[in-house]
Write a protein that binds this ligand. Structure first.
Ligand code: NDP
Length: 448
């Protein structure tokens, strides 16, 4: 084991020296590196070929200027990114995020996570991610359109249907994908399904909108069943009020659970009678409003400023569906104190490393993001398949494939947990299960 320890230590030092200002990327990479130690012990050939050295370095990181004009005629310049991390098992695949916090560290952490997540789906997709520090909040449709057109004017030089197929993420939904797709087509003249998450009228897949939230609940169901328990009648705390949160709430309630919170970056709604998901959809998808408006529409609900993870109530399951590092160590302690037995991550890396340690110390059964939220990218890959064969599958067909994929992800993670005797560590289990396929593909192709 000594060689393995020294190898991982060396890699961490290289990452820290190369990219000292990338804390999110370091956090994501270090967690994966640590959890792969048992695999390296069993497979010294991965150390010999320095597979992990390649895995933590993107094949390509593209950064570009995005100039755009607002409705008053003022010019702005944002920064765009596309990180093409790993193509060992297929074309780069991963979303585009529009949020003021976006920087290279965040895009690299997301792209890195995407490699193993995409591998876990069992589909042939590599890992990538992109976005911009543009803030879509408060912008008019015309401003969003002009920004997306400018962004795609550069991005289109670097993507292709067999090369790199982006999708949505925070701040990028159906409207933005439409504008991006239109601009790609204008510049390239081809209808090749270059983005996923498209509208149903022009090549989108049924169930893509619901996929991440539904997939989270399919995974959660499998995780809970694995403990001999059931989702029915459980009380759930959800954070976020976006695409992932909305469809997680809907599917959890269809399964007989009660979701009592929903939130945004300003505050949260609490209703002990359960959240009415149709009201959330009306506010977020139709009116594009703020979540506090929920309390004006539903009299039993209360709105409070701050983080939903500081709300002290009894509940069974935590589903963070907002953003990275939204749960810190103290908030994790509150989750344990409040009696939550399960936590599955809809958002990417919503728990800090310290928070995850608290889950493990307190026996909270933990479903990590790269397993629990893989449903979105899985259905994106199914959208690519439909585009290639010029067919559109039914909602039920896509949804049942999604369910199978999510149950399989749990099974693979649980099998790795068992094989390496990890003690119910589904995070390490997911990392190992995702990694082994990528590592074999990298070795086979001489990509070392
Ligand atoms: P949306 O933009 O639809 O929603 C994001 C939600 O999170 C909003 O309610 C937003 O509130 C809230 N939020 C954002 N930043 C913060 C913050 N700093 N503090 C508290 N709340 C915040 O995004 P999605 O639902 O698509 O994505 C949510 C998470 O799920 C992200 O981590 C994303 O990477 C991940 N994910 C998404 C997939 C997808 O298919 N959409 C697939 C896999 C993962 P506000 O409006 O105030 O910003």
């Amino acid at each position: 084991m000594a060689d393995v320890e020294a190898y991982i230590k060396d890699l961490k030092e290289t990452i820290t020296q190369r990219d000292p200002n990338q804390p999110e990327f370091q956090e994501a990479a270090f967690t994966v590196l640590d959890s792969l130690k048992p695999v390296l012990k069993k497979h010294p050939e991965y150390i010999k070929a320095n597979i992990l050295g390649s895995l933590v370095e993107p094949e390509r990181a593209i950064q570009f200027r995005v100039p755009w004009q607002d409705d008053e005629g003022n010019f702005h310049v944002n920064r765009g990114f596309r990180v093409q991390f790993n193509s060992a098992i297929g074309p780069y695949k991963g979303g585009l995020r529009l949020h003021p916090s976006v920087n290279l560290s965040i895009i690299k952490f997301l792209g890195f996570e995407q490699i193993l997540k995409n591998s876990l789906t069992g589909l042939l997709i590599g890992g990538g991610k992109g976005g911009s520090d543009f803030d879509p909040k408060g912008k008019s449709d015309s401003e969003i359109m002009r920004f997306c057109q400018s962004f795609m004017t550069e991005l289109q030089k670097h993507i292709g249907p067999d090369l790199d197929v982006p999708a949505g993420d925070i701040g990028v939904g159906g409207r933005e994908i439409g504008y991006l797709y239109g601009q790609y087509k204008r510049l390239n003249g081809s209808q090749n399904g270059i983005l996923t998450g498209k509208g149903l009228e022009y090549g989108g897949s049924l169930a893509r909108t619901e996929a991440t939230g539904f997939g989270l609940i399919y995974y959660l169901n499998a995780l809970i069943k694995g403990q001999g328990d059931q989702l029915k009648n459980k009380t759930i705390k959800v954070s976020g009020a976006g695409n992932v949160a909305i469809y997680a709430i809907q599917k959890a309630q269809e399964n007989g659970a009660k979701v009592v919170t929903v939130s945004d970056s300003n505050g949260y709604i609490y209703d002990e009678n359960g959240i009415d998901v149709d009201v959330v959809k009306q506010i977020k998808e139709v009116e594009r409003g703020r979540i506090k408006e929920y309390a004006d529409k539903v009299k039993t609900a209360t709105y409070s400023e701050g983080s939903v993870w500081d709300l002290d109530i009894k509940y069974d399951i935590a589903l963070p569906c907002a953003t990275q590092n939204e749960i810190d160590e103290d908030q994790a302690k509150l989750i344990a104190k409040d009696g939550a037995k399960y936590l599955a991550e809809g958002a990417n890396m919503p728990s800090t490393t310290e928070a995850i340690a608290v889950y493990k110390e307190n026996g909270i059964v933990y479903g990590p993001a790269k397993a629990a939220n893989a449903g979105g990218v899985a259905v994106s890959a199914l959208e690519m398949s439909q585009n290639s064969e010029r067919l559109a599958w039914t909602f039920d067909d896509v949804d049942s494939q999604l369910k199978d994929i999510m149950e399989n992800i749990y099974e693979k993670s649980a099998a790795a947990d068992k094989e390496y005797d990890l003690g119910q560590d589904y995070q390490a289990g997911a990392n190992i299960a995702g990694f082994e396929k990528v590592a074999k593909a990298m070795l086979a192709q001489g990509l070392v």
